[in-house]
Design a protein around this ligand. Sequence first.
Ligand SMILES: Cc1cc2nc3c(=O)[nH]c(=O)nc-3n(C[C@H](O)[C@H](O)[C@H](O)COP(=O)(O)OP(=O)(O)OC[C@H]3O[C@@H](n4cnc5c(N)ncnc54)[C@H](O)[C@@H]3O)c2cc1C
Length: 409
Amino acid sequence: MRYVIVGNGVAGVTAAQSIVRADPAAEVHIFGAEPYPYYQRPRLWEFLAGEIEQQTLYFRPLEWYAAQGIQVHLGTRVTALDPAEHRLTLADGGSTKFVVYDRLLLATGARPFVPPFAGADKDGVFTLRTLDDARAMRAYAGDVLSVVVIGCGLLGLETARALLSLGLDVSLIESAPHLLPRQLDAEGAQVLQARLEAMGLHFLTNAATEAILGNGRVTGVRLKDGRVVEGEMVLISTGIRSRIELAREAGLEVNRGLIVDEQLRTSAADVYAAGDVAEFEGVVYGIIPAAIEQAQVAAANMVADGSATYSGTVPATTLKIVGIDLTSLGEATATGDEFVVLRQMGPATGVYRRLALRDGKIVGAILLGDTQNVRPLKQLIATGRDVSAYSDRLLDENLDLKALAQGLS
Ligand SMILES: Cc1cc2nc3c(=O)[nH]c(=O)nc-3n(C[C@H](O)[C@H](O)[C@H](O)COP(=O)(O)OP(=O)(O)OC[C@H]3O[C@@H](n4cnc5c(N)ncnc54)[C@H](O)[C@@H]3O)c2cc1C
């Protein structure tokens, strides 16, 4: 049986590993457009900050693939898919080649989304997704003193911190009323912003970008209200879009992402999808835990169709900035009549906790400055345990959430 995987990211590599475990006689190929073996995207900002070398990023060096019996083809882009013929077209060093598959996994990931700002093509304007992006940013950052980061999501904040550590003056622009709009409510964002400002970052919220300024090289950003934020470099960090072109051109059913069912099957026979490219029940998760879970389920079904089911992933994100522990789980910012919201705020200590409950069950949590309760809360959200009997004490330090999550309370 020949299994072919398009994409050498975490979804592709996880699936390949699961397939060879389940079917040791399998012939497994991964085609990856990037020239590097699998590397850890979450560590790119450490590389950007000069804290680690490129080699350290390689979590799965080339020898690993060979040892697993996986054939990896780096620097090889798949340019077309013919699902009726079970055939892919490859662009390999200028020549065109074809490869046939029995089972195919599309794990093509995502690319940064760049809003249509005027001037986004100027020298010194970057997005960060790949190792090549990080290398280019690192080289450019060596010649400048200031940078503007557009977008205060997790990636924008983490990269801003890396650029600050290089000695740059860093301004951040957010169009929403507060930073991390997807992970934090206004109160939590206030606590976080104060801590980041104390580190030396400058923020402008409610600030919509209109144009990137400069004559050839970037000199700053003009906001819709006319204000100008100066900077010799710009990072645009305004979300991602699934890479669905290959699937769309092959006639597969797509929406925001490539649509998959509970077995991670696409609309074409023997074609599966996982990771940032996949859309399950209207959601493109865009996080590693979902990519891993989906890849494992897809792999199991590629080997034995119907053997595994995916039912979604509890969204869990962590801000990775030294000295700041922030995790958002599930429906972290949920508000409205159907929710009971519990909050605990300690501006002096920089600790903020927020729980959202629906029908007596915890459905979302924000934990700033508290790492202890991340795991039990994740478990409580995933299992949907009724905690209404404890609702007045859930944020009480003396309540053992671990025991509660394990059903011991
Ligand atoms: C800087 C950074 C930090 C992050 N930090 C975190 C974090 O802390 N926690 C977290 O959960 N998530 C994080 N993420 C998001 C996480 O990296 C993604 O969710 C994850 O990489 C998705 O994996 P994937 O395999 O689906 O896609 P990708 O990692 O995007 O891999 C897809 C691969 O497919 C290749 N490809 C695409 N099209 C083709 C083609 N036609 N032919 C051949 N190859 C192709 C691409 O070149 C790419 O290498 C971060 C992302 C970035 C950029």
